[in-house]
Write a protein that binds this ligand. Structure first.
Ligand code: PEP
Length: 248
């Protein structure tokens, strides 16, 4: 049985005042069936980790560098994130792949660095609108999985997030059938590459305009083990509803 996971991606949002939302979330009734991870901007990792100590919310970051230290102005290493209290890191989000030209190879190196430092990696894959229209979504996803995930994957160090780029922040969501097709494909590829044991234990999240209104339908799709949630994770009231639905 894979434990459900609700991962909130705050992107470049949140000042210290936003910690009150996290306090609300941290005080809420724990949902044992659903792990909760919040990934704030790097500036809030430490303070959020302090707020969440001894409760059911775990902290993640949104990126790390592939090296552990050195002359990389503006970058943050996986080791630094662990030092600040992070346990997860999102890697290969489409916004980073697009804005910073991050390739599958870069994502794979970052994942190796994350694992070496003891972080679990939430590796994002997803097709663009053009790619979906050209009906080669599964080829794109297959290539990203093969290129972005290092060989030493386990059910503990890896989470895969399927995030169709055209669904992120747009209010658009694929049909449940389309979500199911991609999630089944990801599971099949994970099992084929890493063996049934590991392949079945890696959680596969759906991401892209998930909200309290659609989570209940999406969570019922086979091989959907939770969500990577952007906008709807910023407010404790909305995120709590998503967590409760995933835990049901
Ligand atoms: C995301 O940024 O990973 C995401 C899924 O965003 P949203 O939920 O806002 O579409």
């Amino acid at each position: 049985m894979r434990r459900k996971l609700a991962a909130g991606n705050w992107k470049m949002n949140g000042l210290r005042a936003a910690l009150s939302e996290v306090e609300l979330l941290a005080k809420a009734q724990p949902a044992p069936n659903c792990e909760v991870v919040l990934c704030p901007p790097a500036t809030l990792v430490r303070s959020m980790a302090k707020v969440c100590v001894d409760n059911c919310v775990t902290i993640g970051a949104q990126d790390c560098h592939e090296n552990s230290s050195g002359a990389h102005t503006g970058d943050i290493s996986a080791e630094m994130l662990v030092d600040a209290g992070a346990e997860y890191v999102i890697l290969g989000h489409s916004e980073r792949r697009e804005a910073y030209g991050e390739s599958d190879e870069t994502v794979r190196l970052k994942a190796k660095a994350a694992w070496a430092a003891g972080l679990s990696a939430i590796i994002c894959v997803g097709e663009s609108e053009e790619q979906r229209r050209a009906t080669n979504t599964l080829d794109i996803i297959g290539g990203q999985l093969a290129g972005s995930i290092p060989d030493a994957a386990t059910g503990e160090n890896l989470v895969v997030a399927y995030e169709p780029i055209w669904a992120i922040g747009t209010g658009l969501v694929p049909s449940l059938g389309d979500i199911g097709e991609v999630h089944d494909f990801i599971r099949m590829r994970l099992e084929r590459r890493f063996g049934e044991g590991v392949g079945r234990s890696v959680r596969v999240l759906y991401g892209g305009s998930m909200n309290p209104g659609n989570v209940d339908d999406i969570r019922r799709v086979p091989n959907v083990d939770g969500g990577l949630i952007g906008g709807a994770s910023l407010k404790a009231a909305d995120f709590s509803k998503i967590i409760a639905a995933l835990a049901a």
